[in-house]
Design a protein around this ligand. Structure first.
Ligand code: PMP
Length: 469
Protein backbone atom coordinates (compact mmCIF):
# COMPACT_ATOMS: atom_id res chain seq x y z
CA UNK A 1 0.00 0.00 0.00
CA UNK A 2 1.20 3.50 -0.71
CA UNK A 3 1.81 5.77 2.26
CA UNK A 4 0.75 9.44 2.61
CA UNK A 5 3.93 11.51 2.39
CA UNK A 6 4.90 13.06 5.70
CA UNK A 7 5.08 16.90 5.97
CA UNK A 8 8.89 16.71 5.81
CA UNK A 9 8.77 14.58 2.70
CA UNK A 10 6.22 16.94 1.13
CA UNK A 11 8.70 19.81 1.72
CA UNK A 12 11.47 17.83 0.08
CA UNK A 13 9.18 17.05 -2.88
CA UNK A 14 8.09 20.68 -3.23
CA UNK A 15 11.70 21.86 -3.10
CA UNK A 16 12.85 19.33 -5.65
CA UNK A 17 10.01 20.16 -8.04
CA UNK A 18 10.82 23.88 -7.68
CA UNK A 19 14.44 23.02 -8.34
CA UNK A 20 13.45 21.00 -11.43
CA UNK A 21 11.33 23.91 -12.70
CA UNK A 22 14.16 26.36 -12.13
CA UNK A 23 16.55 24.01 -13.91
CA UNK A 24 14.12 23.65 -16.81
CA UNK A 25 13.89 27.44 -17.07
CA UNK A 26 17.67 27.74 -17.13
CA UNK A 27 17.93 25.05 -19.80
CA UNK A 28 15.20 26.69 -21.86
CA UNK A 29 17.00 30.03 -21.67
CA UNK A 30 20.32 28.44 -22.55
CA UNK A 31 18.60 26.52 -25.36
CA UNK A 32 16.99 29.68 -26.70
CA UNK A 33 20.26 31.51 -26.53
CA UNK A 34 22.02 28.60 -28.23
CA UNK A 35 19.36 28.53 -30.94
CA UNK A 36 19.68 32.28 -31.44
CA UNK A 37 23.42 31.76 -31.55
CA UNK A 38 23.00 28.99 -34.15
CA UNK A 39 20.78 31.20 -36.31
CA UNK A 40 23.20 34.09 -35.88
CA UNK A 41 26.18 31.91 -36.69
CA UNK A 42 24.42 30.28 -39.62
CA UNK A 43 23.67 33.72 -41.02
CA UNK A 44 27.22 34.94 -40.48
CA UNK A 45 28.47 31.74 -42.06
CA UNK A 46 26.29 32.39 -45.08
CA UNK A 47 27.54 35.97 -45.23
CA UNK A 48 31.14 34.90 -44.90
CA UNK A 49 30.77 32.35 -47.70
CA UNK A 50 29.14 34.86 -50.03
CA UNK A 51 31.38 36.69 -52.48
CA UNK A 52 32.04 40.38 -51.98
CA UNK A 53 29.79 42.39 -54.33
CA UNK A 54 31.57 43.71 -57.39
CA UNK A 55 32.11 47.49 -57.18
CA UNK A 56 32.28 48.71 -60.75
CA UNK A 57 34.02 51.99 -61.40
CA UNK A 58 35.35 52.20 -57.83
CA UNK A 59 38.90 53.38 -57.22
CA UNK A 60 41.07 52.29 -54.30
CA UNK A 61 43.71 54.22 -52.32
CA UNK A 62 47.03 52.59 -51.60
CA UNK A 63 46.74 50.76 -48.29
CA UNK A 64 42.93 50.90 -48.31
CA UNK A 65 42.57 47.13 -48.69
CA UNK A 66 44.35 44.89 -46.26
CA UNK A 67 47.02 42.64 -47.74
CA UNK A 68 46.73 40.18 -44.85
CA UNK A 69 45.41 36.80 -46.04
CA UNK A 70 43.60 36.60 -42.72
CA UNK A 71 41.44 39.54 -43.81
CA UNK A 72 40.16 37.85 -46.96
CA UNK A 73 36.47 36.80 -46.87
CA UNK A 74 37.55 33.28 -47.78
CA UNK A 75 39.46 33.11 -44.51
CA UNK A 76 36.59 34.60 -42.47
CA UNK A 77 34.40 31.73 -43.65
CA UNK A 78 36.95 29.23 -42.33
CA UNK A 79 37.16 31.04 -38.99
CA UNK A 80 33.36 31.03 -38.74
CA UNK A 81 33.26 27.27 -39.32
CA UNK A 82 35.90 26.81 -36.63
CA UNK A 83 33.89 28.97 -34.18
CA UNK A 84 30.86 26.88 -34.96
CA UNK A 85 32.83 23.70 -34.25
CA UNK A 86 34.17 25.06 -30.94
CA UNK A 87 30.74 26.23 -29.78
CA UNK A 88 29.21 22.81 -30.33
CA UNK A 89 32.35 20.79 -29.55
CA UNK A 90 32.46 19.36 -33.06
CA UNK A 91 35.82 18.26 -34.39
CA UNK A 92 36.67 19.01 -38.03
CA UNK A 93 35.41 16.08 -40.15
CA UNK A 94 37.49 17.08 -43.17
CA UNK A 95 41.03 16.14 -44.20
CA UNK A 96 41.00 12.95 -42.14
CA UNK A 97 44.26 11.12 -42.59
CA UNK A 98 44.17 7.42 -43.47
CA UNK A 99 47.01 5.12 -42.46
CA UNK A 100 47.02 3.04 -45.64
CA UNK A 101 44.97 2.08 -48.70
CA UNK A 102 41.26 2.65 -48.19
CA UNK A 103 38.69 0.06 -49.18
CA UNK A 104 35.42 -1.04 -47.58
CA UNK A 105 37.46 -0.68 -44.41
CA UNK A 106 40.09 1.87 -43.55
CA UNK A 107 42.50 2.56 -40.70
CA UNK A 108 43.01 5.98 -39.15
CA UNK A 109 45.48 6.50 -36.32
CA UNK A 110 45.58 2.77 -35.72
CA UNK A 111 41.80 2.32 -35.48
CA UNK A 112 39.69 0.36 -37.98
CA UNK A 113 36.59 1.94 -39.56
CA UNK A 114 34.01 0.76 -42.04
CA UNK A 115 34.49 3.14 -44.93
CA UNK A 116 31.71 4.78 -46.94
CA UNK A 117 33.78 7.72 -48.12
CA UNK A 118 35.60 6.32 -51.12
CA UNK A 119 34.71 6.55 -54.83
CA UNK A 120 36.52 3.31 -55.55
CA UNK A 121 33.18 1.91 -56.72
CA UNK A 122 34.43 -1.41 -58.07
CA UNK A 123 37.32 -1.93 -55.65
CA UNK A 124 39.89 -1.62 -58.44
CA UNK A 125 42.35 0.38 -56.35
CA UNK A 126 43.40 -3.03 -54.99
CA UNK A 127 43.25 -4.95 -58.21
CA UNK A 128 46.53 -6.85 -58.83
CA UNK A 129 46.42 -6.14 -62.59
CA UNK A 130 45.95 -2.41 -61.98
CA UNK A 131 48.86 -2.30 -59.58
CA UNK A 132 51.06 -4.39 -61.86
CA UNK A 133 50.30 -2.09 -64.81
CA UNK A 134 51.18 1.02 -62.76
CA UNK A 135 54.41 -0.63 -61.54
CA UNK A 136 55.45 -1.69 -65.05
CA UNK A 137 54.75 1.83 -66.38
CA UNK A 138 57.02 3.35 -63.73
CA UNK A 139 59.76 0.85 -64.61
CA UNK A 140 59.56 1.69 -68.29
CA UNK A 141 58.58 5.36 -68.43
CA UNK A 142 59.27 6.76 -64.96
CA UNK A 143 56.81 8.55 -62.73
CA UNK A 144 56.25 11.66 -64.83
CA UNK A 145 56.19 12.86 -68.43
CA UNK A 146 57.32 16.21 -67.00
CA UNK A 147 55.72 18.50 -69.62
CA UNK A 148 52.78 19.04 -71.89
CA UNK A 149 52.27 16.31 -74.48
CA UNK A 150 51.97 18.84 -77.32
CA UNK A 151 55.56 19.98 -76.85
CA UNK A 152 57.37 17.23 -74.98
CA UNK A 153 55.67 14.33 -76.74
CA UNK A 154 53.44 11.60 -75.44
CA UNK A 155 53.90 7.94 -74.48
CA UNK A 156 52.10 4.98 -76.09
CA UNK A 157 50.22 4.63 -72.81
CA UNK A 158 48.33 7.86 -73.47
CA UNK A 159 47.03 6.69 -76.83
CA UNK A 160 46.23 3.22 -75.50
CA UNK A 161 44.09 4.68 -72.74
CA UNK A 162 42.35 7.13 -75.07
CA UNK A 163 41.61 4.46 -77.69
CA UNK A 164 40.20 2.18 -74.98
CA UNK A 165 37.98 5.00 -73.67
CA UNK A 166 36.67 5.83 -77.16
CA UNK A 167 35.92 2.13 -77.79
CA UNK A 168 34.23 1.86 -74.40
CA UNK A 169 31.79 4.61 -75.44
CA UNK A 170 31.58 3.49 -79.05
CA UNK A 171 32.59 6.96 -80.28
CA UNK A 172 35.32 8.17 -82.62
CA UNK A 173 37.94 9.48 -80.24
CA UNK A 174 38.90 10.48 -76.68
CA UNK A 175 41.48 12.56 -74.87
CA UNK A 176 42.71 12.36 -71.27
CA UNK A 177 43.51 15.33 -69.01
CA UNK A 178 45.47 15.30 -65.73
CA UNK A 179 42.45 16.25 -63.64
CA UNK A 180 38.73 15.64 -63.84
CA UNK A 181 38.03 19.15 -62.61
CA UNK A 182 40.35 20.66 -65.23
CA UNK A 183 38.65 18.53 -67.91
CA UNK A 184 35.31 20.25 -67.37
CA UNK A 185 36.77 23.72 -66.90
CA UNK A 186 38.99 23.49 -69.97
CA UNK A 187 36.49 21.80 -72.26
CA UNK A 188 33.57 24.11 -71.54
CA UNK A 189 35.86 27.14 -71.47
CA UNK A 190 37.33 26.21 -74.88
CA UNK A 191 34.14 25.28 -76.73
CA UNK A 192 31.85 28.08 -75.59
CA UNK A 193 32.21 31.86 -75.87
CA UNK A 194 30.48 35.17 -75.14
CA UNK A 195 27.66 34.76 -77.70
CA UNK A 196 26.70 31.33 -76.44
CA UNK A 197 24.31 29.83 -73.91
CA UNK A 198 25.13 27.20 -71.28
CA UNK A 199 22.34 25.58 -69.30
CA UNK A 200 23.32 23.21 -66.52
CA UNK A 201 21.53 21.33 -63.78
CA UNK A 202 21.44 23.36 -60.55
CA UNK A 203 23.35 20.58 -58.78
CA UNK A 204 26.06 20.34 -61.42
CA UNK A 205 29.60 19.89 -60.16
CA UNK A 206 31.68 22.99 -59.41
CA UNK A 207 33.99 22.26 -62.37
CA UNK A 208 31.04 22.71 -64.77
CA UNK A 209 30.11 26.04 -63.23
CA UNK A 210 33.71 27.26 -63.26
CA UNK A 211 34.03 26.19 -66.92
CA UNK A 212 30.86 28.12 -67.77
CA UNK A 213 32.26 31.24 -66.07
CA UNK A 214 35.56 30.92 -67.89
CA UNK A 215 33.79 30.70 -71.25
CA UNK A 216 31.94 34.03 -70.68
CA UNK A 217 28.82 32.45 -72.18
CA UNK A 218 25.46 33.28 -70.60
CA UNK A 219 24.86 30.56 -68.03
CA UNK A 220 21.57 29.41 -66.50
CA UNK A 221 20.90 26.66 -63.98
CA UNK A 222 17.71 24.60 -64.33
CA UNK A 223 15.82 22.96 -61.47
CA UNK A 224 17.50 19.72 -60.51
CA UNK A 225 16.70 16.89 -62.89
CA UNK A 226 13.67 18.66 -64.30
CA UNK A 227 13.56 18.59 -68.15
CA UNK A 228 10.45 20.81 -68.14
CA UNK A 229 12.41 23.52 -66.31
CA UNK A 230 15.23 23.12 -68.83
CA UNK A 231 12.78 23.47 -71.70
CA UNK A 232 11.39 26.72 -70.26
CA UNK A 233 14.90 28.21 -70.23
CA UNK A 234 15.60 26.95 -73.75
CA UNK A 235 12.33 28.32 -75.07
CA UNK A 236 13.00 31.75 -73.56
CA UNK A 237 16.69 32.03 -74.39
CA UNK A 238 17.87 29.75 -77.16
CA UNK A 239 17.14 32.22 -80.01
CA UNK A 240 19.25 34.90 -78.29
CA UNK A 241 22.47 32.89 -78.61
CA UNK A 242 24.67 31.49 -81.32
CA UNK A 243 25.33 28.05 -79.83
CA UNK A 244 23.92 26.27 -76.81
CA UNK A 245 25.28 23.61 -74.47
CA UNK A 246 23.28 21.59 -71.95
CA UNK A 247 25.41 20.05 -69.19
CA UNK A 248 24.25 17.36 -66.76
CA UNK A 249 25.73 14.60 -64.63
CA UNK A 250 24.83 11.04 -65.59
CA UNK A 251 24.57 10.05 -61.92
CA UNK A 252 24.40 13.05 -59.60
CA UNK A 253 27.09 13.10 -56.95
CA UNK A 254 25.05 15.10 -54.43
CA UNK A 255 21.71 13.29 -54.58
CA UNK A 256 22.48 9.93 -56.17
CA UNK A 257 19.81 10.20 -58.86
CA UNK A 258 20.12 9.66 -62.61
CA UNK A 259 19.67 12.31 -65.32
CA UNK A 260 16.69 11.73 -67.59
CA UNK A 261 18.78 11.15 -70.71
CA UNK A 262 15.93 10.37 -73.17
CA UNK A 263 14.17 13.68 -72.38
CA UNK A 264 17.46 15.59 -72.52
CA UNK A 265 18.28 14.15 -75.95
CA UNK A 266 14.83 15.11 -77.23
CA UNK A 267 15.33 18.67 -75.96
CA UNK A 268 18.83 19.10 -77.31
CA UNK A 269 17.62 17.92 -80.73
CA UNK A 270 14.54 20.17 -80.65
CA UNK A 271 16.52 23.26 -79.62
CA UNK A 272 19.64 22.62 -81.64
CA UNK A 273 22.00 22.38 -78.68
CA UNK A 274 24.94 20.20 -77.67
CA UNK A 275 24.52 17.80 -74.76
CA UNK A 276 27.45 17.13 -72.41
CA UNK A 277 27.14 14.34 -69.85
CA UNK A 278 29.56 14.12 -66.92
CA UNK A 279 29.89 10.42 -66.15
CA UNK A 280 32.23 10.81 -63.15
CA UNK A 281 29.94 8.69 -60.98
CA UNK A 282 28.25 6.65 -63.70
CA UNK A 283 31.21 4.84 -65.28
CA UNK A 284 31.36 1.29 -63.95
CA UNK A 285 28.17 1.93 -61.99
CA UNK A 286 25.21 2.26 -64.37
CA UNK A 287 24.20 -0.32 -66.95
CA UNK A 288 24.74 -4.09 -66.83
CA UNK A 289 28.28 -3.71 -68.22
CA UNK A 290 28.99 -0.50 -66.32
CA UNK A 291 29.06 1.60 -69.48
CA UNK A 292 27.13 4.36 -67.82
CA UNK A 293 24.04 6.42 -68.57
CA UNK A 294 23.63 5.45 -72.22
CA UNK A 295 23.65 1.76 -71.38
CA UNK A 296 21.33 2.37 -68.40
CA UNK A 297 18.72 3.82 -70.79
CA UNK A 298 19.57 1.62 -73.79
CA UNK A 299 20.56 4.68 -75.86
CA UNK A 300 23.15 4.84 -78.64
CA UNK A 301 26.08 6.73 -77.00
CA UNK A 302 26.84 8.61 -80.22
CA UNK A 303 23.63 10.64 -79.69
CA UNK A 304 25.42 12.50 -76.89
CA UNK A 305 27.79 15.18 -78.20
CA UNK A 306 30.28 15.25 -75.34
CA UNK A 307 30.99 12.43 -72.91
CA UNK A 308 33.04 13.49 -69.92
CA UNK A 309 34.36 11.35 -67.08
CA UNK A 310 37.06 11.07 -64.45
CA UNK A 311 39.81 8.54 -63.98
CA UNK A 312 39.80 9.05 -60.21
CA UNK A 313 36.71 7.07 -59.24
CA UNK A 314 35.94 3.66 -60.76
CA UNK A 315 39.19 3.75 -62.72
CA UNK A 316 41.37 4.00 -59.59
CA UNK A 317 43.74 6.64 -60.99
CA UNK A 318 43.60 10.40 -61.34
CA UNK A 319 42.61 12.57 -64.29
CA UNK A 320 39.67 13.11 -66.61
CA UNK A 321 38.60 12.48 -70.20
CA UNK A 322 36.38 13.67 -73.01
CA UNK A 323 35.03 11.26 -75.62
CA UNK A 324 33.14 12.09 -78.80
CA UNK A 325 33.72 13.09 -82.42
CA UNK A 326 37.27 13.36 -83.79
CA UNK A 327 36.91 17.10 -84.51
CA UNK A 328 35.91 17.76 -80.89
CA UNK A 329 38.96 15.90 -79.64
CA UNK A 330 41.23 17.72 -82.11
CA UNK A 331 39.96 21.09 -80.89
CA UNK A 332 40.69 20.14 -77.29
CA UNK A 333 44.12 18.67 -78.09
CA UNK A 334 45.23 21.89 -79.78
CA UNK A 335 43.24 24.53 -77.91
CA UNK A 336 42.22 23.43 -74.40
CA UNK A 337 44.52 25.17 -71.89
CA UNK A 338 44.28 22.20 -69.51
CA UNK A 339 45.98 20.07 -72.18
CA UNK A 340 48.17 22.46 -74.11
CA UNK A 341 49.61 24.21 -71.06
CA UNK A 342 49.55 21.34 -68.58
CA UNK A 343 51.64 18.23 -68.14
CA UNK A 344 50.49 14.93 -69.68
CA UNK A 345 49.01 12.20 -67.53
CA UNK A 346 51.75 10.47 -65.54
CA UNK A 347 52.66 6.96 -66.87
CA UNK A 348 51.52 4.97 -63.80
CA UNK A 349 48.17 6.77 -63.77
CA UNK A 350 47.55 6.27 -67.51
CA UNK A 351 48.49 2.59 -67.18
CA UNK A 352 46.39 2.09 -64.02
CA UNK A 353 43.31 3.68 -65.63
CA UNK A 354 43.67 1.53 -68.77
CA UNK A 355 44.06 -1.64 -66.69
CA UNK A 356 41.08 -0.66 -64.55
CA UNK A 357 38.98 -0.14 -67.69
CA UNK A 358 39.96 -3.65 -68.84
CA UNK A 359 38.85 -4.98 -65.44
CA UNK A 360 35.47 -3.20 -65.77
CA UNK A 361 35.03 -5.03 -69.10
CA UNK A 362 36.27 -8.43 -68.02
CA UNK A 363 34.81 -8.65 -64.50
CA UNK A 364 31.12 -7.71 -64.77
CA UNK A 365 30.45 -9.54 -61.49
CA UNK A 366 31.91 -6.50 -59.69
CA UNK A 367 29.26 -4.30 -61.33
CA UNK A 368 26.48 -6.72 -60.39
CA UNK A 369 27.72 -6.75 -56.77
CA UNK A 370 27.83 -2.96 -56.62
CA UNK A 371 24.32 -2.71 -58.05
CA UNK A 372 23.02 -5.23 -55.47
CA UNK A 373 24.72 -3.32 -52.67
CA UNK A 374 23.32 0.03 -53.79
CA UNK A 375 19.77 -1.36 -53.90
CA UNK A 376 20.22 -3.05 -50.51
CA UNK A 377 21.49 0.14 -48.88
CA UNK A 378 18.59 2.20 -50.21
CA UNK A 379 15.94 -0.38 -49.25
CA UNK A 380 17.30 -0.68 -45.69
CA UNK A 381 17.63 3.09 -45.32
CA UNK A 382 14.03 3.61 -46.42
CA UNK A 383 12.82 0.85 -44.05
CA UNK A 384 14.72 2.58 -41.24
CA UNK A 385 12.87 5.83 -41.99
CA UNK A 386 16.00 7.71 -43.14
CA UNK A 387 15.41 10.62 -45.51
CA UNK A 388 17.19 9.55 -48.69
CA UNK A 389 15.56 12.28 -50.81
CA UNK A 390 15.84 11.38 -54.51
CA UNK A 391 18.66 8.80 -54.20
CA UNK A 392 17.94 5.89 -56.51
CA UNK A 393 20.14 3.23 -54.91
CA UNK A 394 23.17 3.20 -57.17
CA UNK A 395 26.65 3.97 -55.82
CA UNK A 396 25.65 7.09 -53.87
CA UNK A 397 22.93 7.30 -51.26
CA UNK A 398 22.47 10.63 -49.48
CA UNK A 399 20.86 10.77 -46.07
CA UNK A 400 19.50 14.23 -45.27
CA UNK A 401 19.99 15.27 -41.65
CA UNK A 402 19.01 18.94 -41.67
CA UNK A 403 21.08 21.64 -40.05
CA UNK A 404 24.79 22.10 -39.68
CA UNK A 405 24.97 21.29 -35.98
CA UNK A 406 23.22 17.96 -36.54
CA UNK A 407 25.64 17.11 -39.31
CA UNK A 408 28.73 18.06 -37.30
CA UNK A 409 27.67 16.18 -34.18
CA UNK A 410 26.58 13.14 -36.13
CA UNK A 411 29.81 13.04 -38.03
CA UNK A 412 31.74 12.71 -34.76
CA UNK A 413 29.27 10.16 -33.32
CA UNK A 414 29.43 8.02 -36.46
CA UNK A 415 33.21 8.09 -36.33
CA UNK A 416 33.15 7.11 -32.66
CA UNK A 417 31.03 4.13 -33.70
CA UNK A 418 33.51 3.06 -36.34
CA UNK A 419 31.85 4.51 -39.44
CA UNK A 420 33.76 6.79 -41.80
CA UNK A 421 31.18 8.76 -43.78
CA UNK A 422 31.42 12.45 -44.52
CA UNK A 423 28.89 15.23 -44.16
CA UNK A 424 28.17 17.65 -46.97
CA UNK A 425 27.34 21.05 -45.57
CA UNK A 426 26.72 24.62 -46.60
CA UNK A 427 27.73 26.15 -49.02
CA UNK A 428 27.89 22.88 -51.04
CA UNK A 429 24.21 22.30 -50.16
CA UNK A 430 21.58 24.66 -48.63
CA UNK A 431 22.00 25.45 -44.89
CA UNK A 432 19.14 23.19 -43.82
CA UNK A 433 19.92 20.37 -46.23
CA UNK A 434 23.12 18.99 -44.67
CA UNK A 435 23.53 15.38 -45.57
CA UNK A 436 25.74 12.33 -45.27
CA UNK A 437 26.74 10.80 -48.56
CA UNK A 438 27.33 7.07 -48.45
CA UNK A 439 29.50 5.85 -51.29
CA UNK A 440 28.70 2.22 -51.83
CA UNK A 441 31.13 -0.12 -53.52
CA UNK A 442 31.12 -3.67 -54.83
CA UNK A 443 33.40 -4.57 -51.91
CA UNK A 444 31.02 -3.75 -49.05
CA UNK A 445 29.49 -6.81 -47.43
CA UNK A 446 25.75 -6.98 -46.73
CA UNK A 447 26.62 -7.03 -43.01
CA UNK A 448 28.58 -3.79 -43.29
CA UNK A 449 25.62 -2.21 -45.08
CA UNK A 450 23.10 -3.44 -42.48
CA UNK A 451 25.27 -2.18 -39.64
CA UNK A 452 25.87 1.21 -41.26
CA UNK A 453 22.15 1.83 -41.71
CA UNK A 454 21.45 0.73 -38.11
CA UNK A 455 24.17 2.98 -36.69
CA UNK A 456 22.90 5.91 -38.77
CA UNK A 457 19.32 5.32 -37.61
CA UNK A 458 20.33 5.01 -33.94
CA UNK A 459 22.50 8.10 -33.97
CA UNK A 460 19.92 10.18 -35.83
CA UNK A 461 17.22 9.13 -33.33
CA UNK A 462 19.54 10.04 -30.45
CA UNK A 463 20.06 13.52 -31.94
CA UNK A 464 16.30 13.91 -32.44
CA UNK A 465 15.65 12.80 -28.83
CA UNK A 466 18.17 15.32 -27.51
CA UNK A 467 16.55 18.04 -29.62
CA UNK A 468 13.06 17.26 -28.21
CA UNK A 469 14.43 17.10 -24.61
N1 PMP B 1 32.70 15.88 -62.09
C1 PMP B 1 32.01 15.36 -61.04
C2 PMP B 1 30.55 15.08 -61.19
C3 PMP B 1 32.67 15.08 -59.83
O1 PMP B 1 31.99 14.57 -58.81
C4 PMP B 1 34.05 15.36 -59.73
C5 PMP B 1 34.84 15.09 -58.46
N2 PMP B 1 34.23 14.55 -57.42
C6 PMP B 1 34.71 15.92 -60.83
C7 PMP B 1 34.00 16.17 -61.99
C8 PMP B 1 36.17 16.25 -60.75
O2 PMP B 1 36.91 15.08 -60.84
P1 PMP B 1 38.35 14.89 -60.17
O3 PMP B 1 38.14 14.81 -58.69
O4 PMP B 1 38.79 13.59 -60.73
O5 PMP B 1 39.19 16.04 -60.54
Amino acid sequence: MGQEPSAGRRDVNTTSSQFRDALRRVFTRVGMRARAKVAELAQSLADACAREPLQTGQTYRRGQSSTEFADLPAYSAIVKYRDFGKLFKISDPFYRSHDARTASETWMQGRRYVNFASYDYLGLNHHPAVQAAAGAAIEHFGTSVSASRIVAGERPLHRELETALADFYGVESAVAFVSGHATNVSTIGTLMSGDDLIIHDELAHNSIIVGAKLSRATAHAFRHNDPAALERILAANRHLHKRALIVVEGLYSMDGDVADLPSLIALKERYDAWLMVDEAHALGVLGPRGRGSAEHFGIDPSRIDIWMGTLSKTLAACGGYIAGKQELIDILKYQAPGLVYSVGLSPPLAAAAAAALRAVESEPERIARLQRNGKLFLALAKDAGLDTATSEGHSIVSVIVGDLVHAGKLSQRLLDRGLNVLPIIYPAVPLKASRFRFFITSEHSPTQIHNAVNVMREELSAVERRKVA
